[in-house]
Design a binder for this molecule. Structure first.
Ligand code: ZN
Length: 273
């Protein structure tokens, strides 16, 4: 995890505010990319300036499509896109308000006590049903974890493997997506998972139901965690599409961008105020 990211974020935020103000002032109806946002090509160029080059080029090649999909993302409940990573913590007392027990639904679980947010259950059932039709049973092995539970998980990892390894594999309490109640560890929770039939199905199809891989291979410098083929987070269907089509299928890039630009995007959205 680059140590300078906090500074970069601050710099981006102030640069963005400055240019958002200029843009709002300058936004004539003529230079909008699409009517739904008072965003010009110049605005889009500045907004994407700090993204990796290949992502920036991809967005600027189809900025209209990008903004139309962004409008759909902004229409989803914001809590589904909260950035939780090594720099963005949830408070110790954060508990999702609508947790339900998975044992009350027709899904296979490794443990009886697993819970998820009720809001994502329809997507869960849709995905499980689609897999089943193809003869694949999806197993839910770890879902919501409270702050205190995560503390126990992390402490145990440190005890067993030492702090360095624990930090690559297990989140500090408050920094785990599992506390959101929208993250899931599937199947074996091990490196072999992607080679199982279930793991291959999930890798190919989970996005179609709004679930995306949080810690992809070869992005440890970006996400802070080593590759976890079993760990997914629910980002809604438009969110999963956005991640795939415009952020190189790297959840961290997408959520960082959204976290940074959401206030301005919402402010520059027309007809929604
Ligand atoms: Zn996990």
């Amino acid at each position: 995890m680059p140590a300078h990211r906090g500074c970069r974020l601050f710099f981006h935020a102030s640069a963005w505010v400055a240019y958002a103000l200029i843009s709002v002032a300058a936004a004539g109806a003529g230079n909008r990319i699409i009517p739904e946002f008072s965003i010009s090509l110049d605005d889009a160029r500045q907004m994407t300036a700090t993204l990796p080059a290949e992502l920036r080029v991809g967005i600027m090649a189809r900025p209209d499509k990008f903004l139309r999909l962004m409008a759909q993302v902004l229409d989803q409940p914001p809590y589904l896109f909260v950035l939780v990573d090594k720099l963005h913590a949830l408070s110790p007392d954060y508990v999702p308000p609508d947790l339900v027990a998975l044992k009350d639904y027709p899904v296979r679980t490794s443990w009886p006590h697993l819970m998820l947010r009720k809001a994502i259950i329809p997507a869960v059932l849709e995905m499980v049903g689609a897999a089943k039709k193809e003869g694949v049973i999806i197993t839910f092995s770890s879902t919501y974890r409270s702050y205190d539970y995560q503390q126990g998980v992390y402490d145990r990892e440190v005890k067993m493997y030492g702090k360095e390894i624990a930090d690559r594999e297990s989140a500090h309490p408050g920094l785990s997506q599992h506390q959101l109640g929208t993250a899931i560890d599937f199947g074996t929770i091990s490196d072999g998972y992607e080679k199982t039939r279930e793991g291959a199905w999930v890798a190919a199809h989970a996005w179609q139901y709004g679930f995306t891989l949080s810690y992809p291979a070869a992005y440890e410098q970006v996400t802070g965690y080593r590759y976890e083929s079993w760990h997914y987070r629910y980002l809604t269907r438009p969110g999963a599409l956005m991640q795939r089509q415009f952020f190189g299928d790297v959840q961290q890039y997408f959520l960082e961008f959204l976290n940074q630009h959401r206030p301005a995007l919402e402010q520059m959205r027309t007809g929604k105020n």
